[in-house]
Structures are given as C-alpha cells and as structure tokens.
Design a protein around this ligand. Structure first.
Ligand code: G3P
Ligand code: CA
Length: 375
C-alpha cells in the first residue's frame, strides 16, 4: 500500500510536471495516520452524537463513545471564572434557556458567565423543540459540560476509550487558553511525553499517541498549541471566508441574493489554486499533521460550505505529508463522495451511520445506548 501510493504519486507528479513544485510525500496517508496514533479513516463525533441528542451534552458524548466513535469532538471555551467547557456558539441563545434565566444578559458571550451560572442553564429542551421526532423527556434540563466532565465520559467505558478532538473556538476571546488546555490535559493524564510510540487498535484510540487531536481555524492559536504541546497532533481547519482562504469573489451573502447560505457557499471558491496551497503549506510549516476542510453537502443545510475536498486539493495535501479530516458530513451519498475524493477521516453528527458506512457498525442501536445510559 505505501509503495503503491508513493509510486503512483511520483508517477503522477512526473507526468503532470509538478514534481518540482511539490514532491510527493514519501509516506502514505494511512501510515501517516498510524504514526500519529490516529485511526484511518477516522470517525470524529461532531459535538458528540449530535444528530441523536443535544449537541455537546452528556447523552451526545456517551452515545458517541458507546457506538465506538474514534473521537469526541468539542469546541472549547472558558467561563468568566476560568473553567474550560464545551460549547459551539459564542452565545447561549440557540442551545439554552438563557433568555428565560438571564433575560438581561441573553445576548452576552458565554464567556461572560461563571461556571455556576452556566450550570443553571437547560441545554437540552431546545433540541426537543427543534427535533420532535428525536425528542426525549430526559433531555430536558441537560447541562453544559466542563472539559473535565467530557474527559470523565471518555474514560468511563472500559471497552472503548475514544480520543478527544478539541477545537480552540474563537481563541482570540480567550488569551492563554492553549496553556490552560495543556495544564488540564496534563493533570488528567491525557498528554503523552514527546516521542511516545502509538499503541493503536480500535479499542485503544484514547490510550495511544493520537488520544488528543487539537484543531483550530486560527493561525495564532495553531502556533500557540504547537508551542505548548508540540507532541500532540494538530489540524488546521479551513474554509473560504474571512480569516481563512481568500475567496475568488468578495460578494457577501447579503449582497449575493442567494436564497440561503448553503447555496451561497456552494459558489464560493478559493481565489486561486495557489491560495489554497498557501494555507496547506502554512499548516505544514506550523507543525500541523493535517487539515480540516469544509464540505459541500448534497442536501445543503447549515453545515454545507465550499467544497474544499476536491481530489486535487486532497492530493496536494497528501503530497505535503498531511492528512485530511473533512467537516461535517452526515449522509451516505456524501460519505462516499468525500471518501472517493481521498479524505482520511470525517467529522459527523451521525457517528452511528458513519461507522456503518465504514463497515464498523456498533453492536447496539442508538436507542439502546441512550436507554443503557438512562436517557
Ligand atoms: O471543528 C470542525 C468543525 O466542527 C468546524 O465547524 O463550526 O462546527 O466548529 P464548527
Ligand atoms: Ca468544531
């Protein structure tokens, strides 16, 4: 396999005359993943099993773990009193009852609340309202989780310990969060000493070298993460837009007249091939082991963005000796499309479906796992 990949890459480079611009990597993506203790292809449970349970809450993470997902993905923030916690949005309005509990502060950033205040919020009822077909009475009153609590969940199933795939979310809001994260991971035994050999098996993701993967859209945070934790695999997230890859057209969504953002993003593309390559090269230079590009989804929706996993893009990234973990894909048709294009792992809200697609189905259904966990 490695020899085939290398020979094919080299032959293609020679035929296309691009060998001088970027020599093909001497290592296959599968070997590169193994070197870093990362399953290939990887199942990354985006905010937990967030199709089936409220995102970033205990049932979402417990189900993802018990299904056998390789990683529990979370967006890291820090409370006003310095506690690290998991939440995607800047503020609390979409996924909690902040408007009822703290009406005068409902639009405030989540980081303006103490952990004690955050813990009073109901982070589950919104899901029951938004998705009545998947609603459960036990979701009402679910709490926002601290990083410690997500780690507790990851450690609690003796048969499968998933890894943690942690994004520094809007890190400029949280000076020093990279160092705080290092301290927490170290205290919890989730940081291996540099140079540790991976012990990779399906049951050992959370025990090997790739037990933690760090991800960010922000260049400055990637640099700080690498400085704090050089031995931990890192992914630079990519999209087309402000702060990331420069678009070909600068027409905003508001001015575009498109009916929704997915349609708008579908037409957004990097300014040039060189602009895309510049970001991949940057990731490599700053010590990342891969990129996390956006995907264009067949059915659109609010997680459909520019197609940054076109075969030439993945090939270029592989040629630089980097992996590609694409976000966020939930349907078989799109799993197939991105795998055919050459990605090495997928962020998904539906870990149960991706595991089936990869022929690694869980022994139990989502419903059984929710019940087993008391939901
Ligand atoms: O972290 C990868 C993916 O989650 C990026 O998108 O907005 O869901 O954090 P977002
Ligand atoms: Ca994320």
């Amino acid at each position: 396999m490695p020899a085939t990949f290398t020979q094919t890459g080299l032959l293609l480079s020679l035929l296309l005359g691009v060998g001088q611009a970027h020599a093909a990597s001497a290592i296959s993506p599968a070997d590169l993943a193994a070197e870093n203790g990362i399953p290939h292809p990887a199942v990354i449970a985006h905010r937990g099993a967030s199709f089936d349970a409220p995102e970033s809450t205990a049932p979402a993470y417990k189900v993802a773990r018990d299904l056998g997902a390789d990683y529990l993905e979370l967006d890291l923030q820090r409370s006003k009193d310095g506690v690290l916690f998991a939440l995607h949005d800047d503020n609390l309005q979409r996924t909690t009852d902040v408007a009822t509990k703290f009406p005068e502060r409902k639009a405030a950033a989540a980081n303006q609340f103490t952990m004690k205040e955050l813990k009073t919020l109901d982070a589950g009822t919104w899901f029951n309202t938004a998705y009545p077909n998947r609603a459960r009475p036990s979701y009402a009153g679910l709490q926002i989780l601290t990083l410690d609590e997500v780690i507790d969940i990851a450690e609690a199933n003796p048969l499968h310990k998933p890894g943690l795939y942690i994004e520094t979310k809007e890190p400029k809001q949280f000076p020093g969060i990279e160092a705080d994260l290092k301290k927490k991971l170290q205290a919890r035994g989730w940081l291996n000493p540099a140079g540790t050999k991976p012990a990779l098996s399906d049951a050992a993701v959370g025990r090997g070298n790739g037990k933690v993967v760090l991800q960010t859209f922000e260049k400055s945070s990637l640099e700080l993460l690498h400085k704090e934790m050089p031995q931990v695999p890192k992914i630079l997230l990519l999209w087309v837009g402000p702060g990331s890859i420069e678009p070909k057209s600068n027409v905003t969504f508001a001015a575009s007249g498109e009916k929704d953002k997915a349609t708008y993003y579908a037409k957004q593309e990097p300014k040039s091939k060189a602009e895309f390559q510049r970001w991949v090269d940057y990731a490599k230079r700053q010590g990342a082991i891969g990129t996390g590009p956006s995907a264009l989804l067949t059915k659109g929706g609010d997680q459909s963005y520019s197609d940054l996993v076109q075969p030439w893009m993945n090939q270029y990234t592989h040629d630089q000796g980097l992996l590609v973990h694409v976000y966020t894909v939930d349907a078989d048709v799109d799993y197939q499309k991105v795998m055919d294009a050459g990605v090495d792992g997928i962020f998904t809200n539906r870990a149960s479906e991706l595991l089936k697609f990869y022929k690694r189905p869980a022994a139990a259904t989502v419903d059984q796992l929710l019940r087993n966990n008391g939901y």
